[in-house]
Ligand binder design. Structure first.
Ligand SMILES: CC(C)(COP(=O)(O)OP(=O)(O)OC[C@H]1O[C@@H](n2cnc3c(N)ncnc32)[C@H](O)[C@@H]1OP(=O)(O)O)[C@@H](O)C(=O)NCCC(=O)NCCS
Length: 220
């Protein structure tokens, strides 16, 4: 695929963006690296259901995309302004879809993805929740850009849009989770004023349990 060096435009998510968002999610899903053909998690649909699709489906007002000259989605910032409410809605609305995909397709067509799904469940219960952060930092976000659109200010522009939406809603702060292994994301968040609040162990992926997750926070 050709690299894109043209201008990027930023807008709110629209109906019909889910496919492009799923693609970006999967192509940046392993500490910012491409999961396609990696043998780590080849089921793109399951991966996007887990990590991205809730937001454009159920909270599109807090979601922004970067698009190229022909409207193709090159990146996004997705999030929720009230993480406590979002966690409840996510369980109610996504669990059935995730299980349906996992049990009808993933387990036999993508057994590595099925195995990783079970691992994600185990890791998140070992890491514990972030409920104690919700009062001061109620919003959370996920930001991902394809490699040819990085280091051009797009991440800063997308996150600024999300932050201004969060400020308008009266949210007092934002939290997010990344990994110490993500060498692009960590300096990016620090540059934008996010502070390291805690680490979570073990790491998310089966092949890197030593790579601690980092929780960053920023007051608004
Ligand atoms: C992390 C990410 C969103 C940053 O977006 P971006 O558009 O590349 O960032 P920007 O161009 O707005 O950079 C703003 C500042 O952040 C810092 N920064 C961004 N990328 C950096 C990198 N790779 N190394 C060091 N500093 C970096 C720099 O200070 C930069 O300012 P500068 O370019 O003037 O020096 C992008 O690299 C990305 O999508 N990575 C893959 C997906 C991912 O890891 N997402 C986070 C998951 S938790």
């Amino acid at each position: 695929m050709d690299e894109y060096s043209g201008p990027l435009h930023f807008r709110k998510v629209r109906r019909g963006d889910s496919e492009g968002i799923a693609e970006v999610c999967h192509r940046t899903g392993y500490y910012g690296e491409d999961l396609r053909g990696s043998g780590r998690f080849d089921d793109r649909r399951l991966f996007a259901l887990l990590f991205a699709l809730y937001y454009p489906l159920y909270e599109p007002e807090n979601c922004f995309v970067a698009v190229d000259g022909s409207g193709g989605i090159k990146g996004y910032c997705l999030g929720a302004l009230d993480s406590r409410a979002q966690a409840i809605r996510y369980r109610r609305r996504m669990t059935g879809r995730i299980l349906l995909r996992a049990l009808s397709v993933s387990w036999w067509r993508h057994p590595e993805s099925f195995g990783e799904l079970l691992n994600f469940g185990r890791v998140s219960s070992m890491q514990g929740g972030l409920d104690d952060l919700y009062a001061r930092f109620p919003a959370h976000l996920h930001i991902n850009l394809l490699p040819d659109c990085r280091r051009r200010g797009a991440g800063s522009a997308l996150i600024a849009l999300f932050e201004s939406e969060a400020r308008l809603s009266g949210a007092g702060g934002i939290h997010l989770v990344t990994s110490e292994r993500n060498l692009e994301a960590v300096p990016f968040y620090q540059k934008l004023g996010y502070e390291r609040e805690r680490t979570l162990s073990p790491g998310l992926w089966r092949d890197a349990p030593e790579a601690l997750s980092i929780v960053f926070v920023k007051g608004l």
